[in-house]
Design a protein around this ligand. Structure first.
Ligand code: FCB
Length: 441
């Protein structure tokens, strides 16, 4: 029954002009790990907790948590390395597993938003075909073609989560897989990744012309460390253009222009012009820029608690007003905007509550100013593995005991439910017709 039933659900996920998506976001690897993923060998911390939250087995329980929150959307990713642990393998059971999750969400009136690539890769891919090699395009898109052919019921897709962070971490800083520190390789990798976005965008639209496809772009607000220091100011300007605006330009005219401190701007042609149905924004913080002649590219990044909102356990400044700024920057794209991630790492429930409230207030005010915001996804449903931090960054609405896998609600969970019920821009909830739910069952 599954395929037919799913397509009935799908036709009800009309999304171009209706309800605000209230959601929570996760990624597969951060919740369930994978023995075949590059990160498993990269970070030894996972040896002690290879299943992390054990979401792979406990997904039904977690979907109940999602349901109880009262959200109508859930963003999550599919772990490529579980589906293709080896180059020539294809694990159908794993695909079925993710399909079951999708069905369960739909049965509960929760719109799935799938992230195809969220930082991790099968070991074979990143070793043989790292992103700077042309062949990466073929390998990745072959996988995606087969994946989307086997998966039904999804209208919202994120092709890549934070491609810039993937490049900056994996090719410039070398702090995440594949661990290079090479600008030339970074630029080639960037081009290949965005080329994949363009190809996958077309594939998804071929399958379903109503597909809603984007990337999830990490946006930040930048400010000079010393307000009147001309060098700090120059760096701030460059950071803004590099990190926030160059991607937007890429989607508008097919060219990513990367300004670099004291160097010529780099221009990369990318086949992504207008290949965007909404724009996914991950927003967390503001970053202060300081000129430092001893650092790479003469830049140092710092977080400061200037407005008195405090820092999170990640050391990030809490800066809700910044969300308005990034929404304003992104609105020139002229597509709906969705906050695909926003959240705080803290053990302090009241700090988490304040964080959520302050950011939702900003969304409300942005909408009242005419900015087309269509959704908000809190990061994250439950505590999970944080890439460069391990298991102690508590982003979850539900706390996780990583020894017993127990989920414990924080006060922020009930607060988020309350916010969802009480905000007026929630007026047109997605609804499925009872009759549809019973067809084919
Ligand atoms: C974002 C990542 C997400 C999570 C949050 C805290 O940059 O997309 O996976 O780690 O940060």
């Amino acid at each position: 029954m599954e395929r037919e039933q799913v397509s009935i659900y799908q036709s009800h996920q009309i999304s171009k002009n209706n309800s605000f998506l209230w959601g929570v976001a996760t990624s597969a690897f951060q919740l369930e790990g994978s023995p075949y993923a590059d990160w498993s060998t990269w970070d030894g911390i996972l040896n002690a907790n290879p299943k992390i939250t054990n979401h792979y087995e406990l997904y039904k329980e977690d979907i109940k948590l999602i349901k109880n929150l009262g959200v109508n959307a859930y963003r999550f990713s599919i772990e490529w390395s579980r589906i293709q642990p080896n180059e020539d393998s294809w694990n159908r059971d794993v695909v079925k597993h993710y399909q079951k999750i999708i069905l369960l969400l739909l049965e509960n009136n929760i719109t799935p938003m799938i992230t195809i690539h969220h930082f991790t890769h099968p070991v074979w891919f990143i070793t043989k075909y790292p992103w700077h090699k042309k062949k990466s395009i073929e390998k990745f898109t072959q996988y995606v073609e087969r994946l989307i052919d086997s998966i039904d019921g999804v209208s919202y897709w994120i092709t890549f989560n934070e491609p810039y962070l993937l490049i900056l971490g994996g090719y410039i800083e070398g702090c995440i897989p594949p661990g290079y520190k090479d600008l030339n390789l970074a630029l080639r990798a960037l081009k290949n990744i965005f080329t994949c976005h363009g190809i996958v965008y077309d594939m998804l639209h071929k399958k379903n012309k109503n597909s809603m496809v984007s990337i999830a772009h990490n946006m930040a607000v930048f400010a000079p460390w010393v307000r009147f220091n001309p060098l700090d100011r120059v760096l701030t300007k460059i950071a803004k253009r590099f990190y926030n605006h160059s991607v937007i330009d890429g989607f508008m005219d097919g060219k990513i222009r990367l300004p670099l401190p004291f160097r010529k701007e780099i221009e990369i042609e990318v086949p992504i012009k207008e290949k965007l149905d909404f724009f996914g924004i991950n927003y967390y913080t503001r970053v202060h820029m300081r000129f430092n002649p001893f650092k790479k590219l003469f830049v140092e990044f710092r977080h400061r608690d200037i407005d008195g909102h405090g820092l999170t356990d990640m050391g990030w400044e809490i800066y809700p007003r910044g969300l308005k700024k990034v929404l304003q920057y992104a609105s020139r794209l002229n597509v709906p905007l969705i906050i695909t991630e926003n959240g705080i790492a803290t053990n302090d429930d009241s700090k988490k509550i304040k964080y959520i409230k302050a950011h939702v207030d900003i969304i409300e005010s942005a909408i009242s100013e005419g900015i087309d915001v269509r959704g908000y996804f809190y990061w994250s449903l439950i505590d999970n593995y944080e890439w460069l931090r391990g298991l102690d960054a508590r982003f979850g609405l539900y706390k996780v005991d990583f020894r017993t896998y127990r989920r414990i609600p924080t006060k922020a969970a009930s607060f988020y439910s309350y916010i969802i019920k009480s905000r007026t821009f929630n007026s047109m909830q997605l609804s499925y017709n009872k009759q549809d739910l019973t067809v084919n069952s």
